[in-house]
Design a protein around this ligand. Structure first.
Ligand code: RB5
Length: 150
């Protein structure tokens, strides 16, 4: 699969681990930065280009990393067409693909260790949307919110 990846300074080291994992797993990826660790950088500057590229169909899926994963997740879900899931366990990661058809995985580098993060990424990438009627109906209702004024 084609995976877009981005992280701020807080996710910089974990991003490197995840990129190595993607290589091991045989996925192609683009690293949207950060390309150096600068504590003054801002997660939206890396998250927004990833979310837009996934929404445009330039990549199959995206992975975003910041300190908690929260900022990246809030940001990504503001981009039309994105269903970003913040996952710190493998059950949520699998469910986010199978049930919610998540297209971006958000991770908090300050919340968990590298090995768990790698397991979560492996689990997330190997799961697919079940396509069951009830999940399709729910995803359609969620995405319908993008078409209506608040
Ligand atoms: C950066 O210090 C931190 O706020 C950011 O990485 C992230 O956790 C935001 O949600």
């Amino acid at each position: 699969m084609r995976i877009a990846v981005g992280a701020d300074h807080a996710g910089y080291e974990l991003k490197a681990e995840i990129l190595s994992l993607l290589e091991e797993l045989g996925h192609s990826y683009r690293d949207f930065g950060a390309h150096k660790k600068d504590p003054g950088d801002d997660y939206p500057d890396f998250g927004a280009p990833v979310a837009r590229a996934v929404a445009k169909g330039e990549f199959d899926l995206g992975i975003l990393i910041c300190g908690t994963g929260v900022g990246m997740c809030i940001l990504a879900n503001k981009v039309r067409g994105i269903r970003a899931a913040l996952c710190h366990d493998t059950f949520s990661a699998r469910s986010s693909r199978e049930d919610d058809d998540a297209n971006i995985l958000c991770l908090g580098a300050r919340v968990m260790g590298v090995e768990l993060a790698k397991e979560i990424v492996k689990t997330w990438l190997s799961a697919t949307f079940s396509g069951a009627d009830r999940y399709q109906r729910r995803v359609k209702k969620v995405m319908g919110l993008e078409e209506r004024p608040a």
